[in-house]
Design a protein around this ligand. Structure first.
Ligand code: PRP
Length: 183
């Protein structure tokens, strides 16, 4: 779906499909260099990371493995504890693997901080993070993200994997949702 198809629901376009594509190509070139001769395992975090995962994987001119995890952070009241529940675990054994976690967005950073510690304990040869978006104003914990795309404002953002009530994930770009949609 194009941003224009739901223009009335959006107040501001933050990233077009082209901007996202160019950034993903740039990140992919770095991954190719850094993992030359290796076969990294891309770990996508459902559901938001599906678009980034699909585009990064296809952009890479090298063999990769792909696996997915589904996690759920608890509601707003307990969010600050950083407690995350695994809804679907990985199929792959991480022992000795070069792992790259692929995420759509870092908001508080709690999901990734938890995930990094969890995956680190499984004995990978290396563990890095690729995240397309980051909301710097919202960060509660610092997460070391090696491959990072764009800083975006701390607004209600949808598209390219990001949803509101499960809608707008299939937008090709990223935009700010109009208040009339959720209020
Ligand atoms: C989003 C996003 C990250 C997480 C980031 O997922 O995909 O996983 O929130 O937030 P944090 O930095 O504050 O932890 P969400 O829980 O909305 O699930 P979804 O990907 O299925 O939409």
């Amino acid at each position: 779906m194009e941003l224009a198809d739901v223009a009335d629901d959006l107040t501001e376009v933050l990233l077009t499909e082209t901007q996202i594509h160019d950034k993903i190509a740039e990140l992919a070139r770095r991954v190719e260099q850094d993992y030359a001769g290796e076969r990294p395992l891309l770990v996508g975090v459902l559901k938001g990371a599906v678009m980034v995962m699909a585009d990064v994987a296809r952009e890479l001119k090298m063999h990769v493995d792909m696996d997915f995890m589904a996690v759920s952070s608890y509601g707003a009241s307990t969010e600050s504890s950083g407690v995350v529940r695994i809804l679907k675990d990985l199929d792959a054994d991480l022992e000795g693997r070069h792992v790259i976690i692929v995420e759509d967005i870092i908001d508080s950073g709690l999901t990734l901080a938890w995930l990094r510690a969890n995956l680190e304990s499984r004995g990978p040869a290396s563990l890095e993070i690729l995240a397309l978006l980051r909301k710097p104003d919202a960060a509660k914990v610092d997460v070391d993200v090696k491959y990072f795309g764009f800083d975006i404002p701390n607004a209600f953002v949808v598209g390219y994997g990001l949803d509101y009530a499960e809608r707008y994930r299939n937008l090709r770009g990223v935009a700010v949702l109009a208040p009339h949609v959720y209020s």
